[in-house]
Design a protein around this ligand. Structure first.
Ligand SMILES: Nc1ncnc2c1ncn2[C@@H]1O[C@H](COP(=O)(O)OP(=O)(O)O)[C@@H](O)[C@H]1O
Ligand SMILES: [Mg+2]
Length: 376
């Protein structure tokens, strides 16, 4: 089952935050329900500028074959591996299950069986039931995201996929295991009293923004930025969980979709009405920043969780309106009055209207709290 870190409140002193959290859900609504995925219409592939141009010396047939080869399997393109008769347990061994869902989907820590004994490094493998993707109508979208993630140039802020396999029932996404574990676990290991220096939060936010910028520059939105979807590896925060990625995002062609995807407490107001953009990802970074600094999320649960049935248009609209009418975010609580630079960035990220937020990740990274090491 998916989990959403539930935050129980904070104690903060100037420049530091104390975060206490539990994994108990405080809402009666189940997370999978709140995180419905959708089928996005595939955008036609743009003509590739590197595709062979017409050459009179090539027969039309040869030319067509070359063009086909270029568009269907560009040089070195990595693809999802079909397992045919091989079973996943012939390839990987695991005995630690991180998380399990009712349909047989799992996230496990595993080791490759082909590596020599002693050199079997740990991976994390995510098994997703195809039936689930099919029944919610987003299998094509899901495959496209996996394919794009497989071919994404590496970046320290984004967990690279080692390989993706499939059989008739599951997709298996294999990636390196982050040595520090999930963000909060890593922070609590290092700061067992829950007091996190603001400079550490600054560094983390910078890393998260840089990872997010990498996705945006490659035409993707993450759409589910939250603590559970950030791990720490070799001291660097990395984005994981690309299940809700929009792999076909083009800022010049904003799309609207009929469903909400993401996590309620971390989502931008417009996401509840099906509008996603780099600014909606940035809003989620704002929620994360607010949480890391103050130990609580910026919006009260009573604003976000309402009686209306989750996933319906009316639900999205109700949450949107609730957010619009809700009293402003509390900027008087600790440590905001003594952290004006950080508060300024956080306010900008959390603005209600997407156009009022930083225009891009680069814009957010240029904020004085992030560029000036001494700014509080
Ligand atoms: N590469 C990884 N290294 C370490 N832990 C991971 C990794 N990938 C996932 N996890 C852990 O597994 C959890 C579930 O993985 P995630 O991809 O977020 O699945 P879900 O789609 O079910 O939320 C994460 O919250 C994190 O704790
Ligand atoms: Mg997740």
């Amino acid at each position: 089952m998916r989990s959403e870190s539930d935050i129980l409140i904070e104690i903060s002193t100037s420049g530091t935050s104390q975060v206490h959290y539990s994994s108990e859900a405080s809402s009666s609504q189940s997370l999978p329900e709140l995180e419905k995925s959708i089928l996005l219409q595939p955008i036609p592939t743009q003509p590739d500028s590197k595709a062979p141009r017409h050459d009179a010396s090539l027969s039309k047939l040869l030319l067509r074959r070359l063009q086909q080869a270029h568009t269907t399997a560009p040089h070195n393109e990595r693809s999802i591996t079909q397992m045919a008769d091989t079973k996943i347990f012939d390839l990987y061994h695991w005995d630690h299950v991180i998380q399990e869902s009712g349909d047989g989907g799992k996230v496990v820590v595993c080791r490759s069986k082909s590596a020599a004994e002693g050199e079997r490094k740990e991976f994390v493998m995510k098994m997703r039931a195809k039936q689930e993707a099919k029944s919610s109508g987003y299998e094509e979208h899901f495959r496209k995201s996996l394919q794009k993630m497989l071919n994404l140039p590496s970046h320290p802020g984004v967990m690279a996929l080692h390989e993706v396999l499939e059989d008739s029932k599951y997709y298996y996404t294999v990636m390196e295991k982050a040595d520090g574990g999930p963000l909060f676990q890593s922070l609590l290991t290092e700061y067992s009293d829950g007091v996190i220096p603001a400079t550490v939060i600054k560094r983390l936010i910078r890393q998260i923004l840089e990872g997010l910028g990498h996705l945006h520059r490659h035409g993707m939105l993450h759409r589910d930025i939250k603590p559970d979807n950030i791990v720490v590896h070799k001291g660097v925060a990395m984005l994981i969980d690309f299940d809700h990625v929009d792999a076909d995002w083009d800022p010049a062609k904003p799309k609207h979709q009929d469903f909400f995807v993401g996590t309620v407490r971390f989502s931008a107001p417009e996401a509840f009405n099906g509008y996603f953009s780099q600014q909606s990802d940035l809003y989620s970074v704002g929620v994360l920043l607010y949480l890391l600094m103050s130990g609580t999320t910026p919006r009260d649960d009573s604003v976000l969780f309402c009686e209306t049935k989750v996933g319906t248009d009316r639900w999205g609209d109700t949450v949107y309106k609730n957010l619009k009418q809700a009293p402003g975010v509390d900027w008087q609580c600790d440590p905001w009055p003594t952290s004006p630079a950080c508060a300024d960035l956080c306010r900008r990220l959390l603005r209600f209207y997407p156009d009022a937020r930083p225009e891009s990740v680069e814009d957010a990274l240029a904020h004085w709290w992030l560029t000036d090491e001494t700014a509080a």
